[in-house]
Design a protein around this ligand. Structure first.
Ligand code: FMN
Length: 365
């Protein structure tokens, strides 16, 4: 039986263990360029079998929050290069997460005169983002009304992902993860209750609603190679004013089948719903499956033993435990992260969490 601490061959990328660091937005890219501090933060966590870096917007249009990094300019590439170099020097591996928020955005984040985009011109109710308020100060503001994308706009999004993937490779990432979960652009198209378009990207058929994501997966795979591409999904999570829709289970299983046929590096689920659905999804997707959400070493090992996952993804535990893998391996205690430093700020609550041995040495001194 495999252990979380055994190596894993991820489509040719050798992982020393099966513990993956989840993508986590920490909102510390003050000018949208990945900073020196971000390089330090990720290098401290290089003991993970694989790091998935925080979401990076593929275009200015795809941006939904202040201080999140981009991956669409030469400055962005140079900024990320510091992170990938630092992680590789520390012996780690790192994928970029590619992101377009769709309608979850605010006009103050976008180019002058532009609105957020979405399959249909329906705003997300009760949804707030960190942007600039009416006084020009940073703060939580309700999302702005989106405009419906036309066909040229949809093609542009596919192109933006393709370019972002190329940029990620130029910046030294080992691969990319397409963010198709959490209520952002791809899920807005997949959700049949929101996406009432009448063209080939919407409406009643599952194939139409999956089209944008699959075209993007194919464009990105063509650009950088399918074995360097992962996809993140969150079936039944219904975030940001997305709701249950007809054929929902069939839609997600059709996606699992379609991704299976493409021979990608992996599929990553941050939510799967009922155990029955989880089983059906696992059967429909025949490649490497990684799952996130509330794991401890024990529950992740159980999931591995039961054949429910190939890799266990940990999010919050990595925030306060840069040496998480060593702590789990040795049964050392875990530090708790303070929520107030999750998003935004400087190095406090970010790069100042020590490794366990260092904390022990300090105590002894
Ligand atoms: C501070 C924070 C930021 C997050 N940012 C992202 C993100 O950028 N992209 C993403 O797909 N998920 C994001 N997530 C979700 C995590 O990847 C993960 O699925 C979630 O934290 C559950 O795992 P955990 O219980 O081990 O923390 C974020 C979670 C947290 C706590």
């Amino acid at each position: 039986m495999s252990s979380l601490f055994d190596p894993y061959d991820l489509a040719g990328l050798q992982l020393p263990n099966r513990i993956v660091m989840a993508p986590m937005t920490r909102a510390r890219a003050h000018d949208t360029v990945a900073s020196e501090h971000m390089a330090t933060y990720y290098a401290q966590r290089a003991g993970a079998g694989l790091i998935i870096a925080e979401s990076a917007q593929v275009s200015r249009q795809g941006r939904g929050y202040l201080c999140t990094p981009g991956i669409h300019s030469l400055e962005h590439i140079a900024g990320w290069k510091r992170t990938t170099d630092a992680v590789h020097r520390a012996g780690g591996r790192i994928f970029a997460q590619l992101w377009h928020v769709g309608r979850v955005s605010h006009i103050s984040l976008l180019e002058e005169g532009q609105s957020p985009v979405s399959p249909v011109a329906v705003p997300a109710a009760d949804t707030f983002v960190q942007a600039y308020n009416a006084n020009g100060q940073p703060g939580q503001v309700p999302v702005s009304a989106p405009v419906a994308l036309d066909i040229a706009g949809i093609s542009q999004i596919v192109e933006d992902f393709r370019r972002a993937a190329r940029n990620a490779v130029a910046a030294g990432f080992d691969g990319v993860e397409i963010h198709a979960g959490n209520g952002y652009i791809f899920e807005q198209f997949i959700n049949g209750r929101l996406n009432t378009r009448v063209d080939e990207y919407g409406g009643a058929t599952i194939a139409n609603r999956l089209r944008l994501l699959l075209e993007t997966v194919d464009a990105v795979s063509w650009e950088i190679g399918r074995t360097r591409v992962g996809v993140r999904v969150s079936p039944f999570a219904h975030l940001y004013d997305l709701h249950a829709f007809d054929d929902e289970e069939a839609t997600w299983l059709a996606l699992a089948e379609a991704l299976s046929r493409r021979g990608l590096a992996y599929v990553h689920a941050s939510h799967l719903g009922t155990p029955e659905f989880e089983q059906a999804f696992r059967a429909a997707y025949r490649g490497t499956l990684m799952v996130a959400g509330g794991f401890t070493a024990e529950t992740a090992q159980q999931a591995l033993d039961a054949g429910r996952i190939d890799l266990g993804v940990f999010g919050r535990p990595f925030i306060a435990n840069p040496d998480l893998v060593e702590r789990l391996r040795n049964g050392w205690p875990l530090a708790e992260a303070g929520r107030e430093a999750f998003y935004g700020g400087g190095t406090q609550g970010y790069t100042d969490y020590p490794a366990y041995a260092f904390a022990g040495a300090k105590k002894a001194a």
